[in-house]
Design a protein around this ligand. Sequence first.
Ligand SMILES: Nc1ncnc2c1ncn2[C@@H]1O[C@H](COP(=O)(O)OP(=O)(O)O)[C@@H](O)[C@H]1O
Ligand SMILES: [Mg+2]
Length: 317
Amino acid sequence: MSAPRVAVLAGGLSHERDVSLRSGRRVAQSLRGSGCEVVVLDADAHLLPRLEQEAPDVVWPSLHGAVGEDGALRDVLDLVGLVHVGSGAAACRLAWDKPVAAQVVAAAGVAVPGEVALAHTTFRDLGAHAVLAAAARRFGLPLVVKPARGGSALGVTVVREEDDLARAVAECFAYGGTAVLQRFVAGTEVAVSIVEVGGELRVLPAVEVVVDGGTYDYDARYTAGAAEFFTPARLPEDTARRVADAARAAHEALGLRHLSRVDLVVRRDGEPVFLEANTAPGTTETSLLPQAVRAAGLDLDAVYRDLVDTALRTPAR
Ligand SMILES: Nc1ncnc2c1ncn2[C@@H]1O[C@H](COP(=O)(O)OP(=O)(O)O)[C@@H](O)[C@H]1O
Ligand SMILES: [Mg+2]
């Protein structure tokens, strides 16, 4: 087969534009190294004409935030008949909406923290104070407040005092119309990357994330040295197996494809608790998926190339 022509999509107008550009450049570099012809395109008004002009064999959306993960762009790629690396539009929509994803994953038998999703209007109509007090009573403190749809920990706050709840929720509404108030899960934070290579689903070794202060926030993610990673995670063998099984169950229940990263917290009793599934996992130098690929003893360039080949075998919709 001649070298596949790949269009890597990076940038986009999201809070995570900068991360996306770094992720995309890294994938492009890797694919060029394995013989692909690669163009990197931004997700802007020029995208469709550029795609028509370039006529790539495969599109690799490396866009984070809504534009890359809410499924809409995948729909457009389907519309113009282009195959793409990663999950289909419907699966992206499921995973992107955290409260919906939590329900789907819980129904597949994986533990979830327990939460309430509050639309801005509900919050206003029922009275902020009463709603927050009820959530604090039900789930206890600390409570995690996060946007129902979002990424890179933007808008996520761990609230330890009931008096601080209202402000955290108000800040969260800056990122979208629905806030999730979720039970805080104490334990070991892990990220499990899953890739479909050589025709099979491979659950890669979990990466353990340790951050000073506990929350894996935006700065900790993208500042070298701000978080410490252990790959594979320092878990007993049977716990590591439970974690891998839970991640695979989440990936499959959500109908994800080709690559994903499932984030969980392993409770002290060894139970893996699902936090979220990412359909556009970061691929920057410090991202977790590349670390997991290397920890599995796989060659990163070969895996990315294999994902392109896997997508090429996926029929266009
Ligand atoms: N229920 C929770 N219990 C403990 N920590 C949490 C919980 N939810 C989120 N966190 C912390 O906040 C970070 C970001 O939350 P997450 O739901 O993964 O949002 P994002 O999509 O922005 O990454 C997590 O990596 C974790 O450190
Ligand atoms: Mg996360």
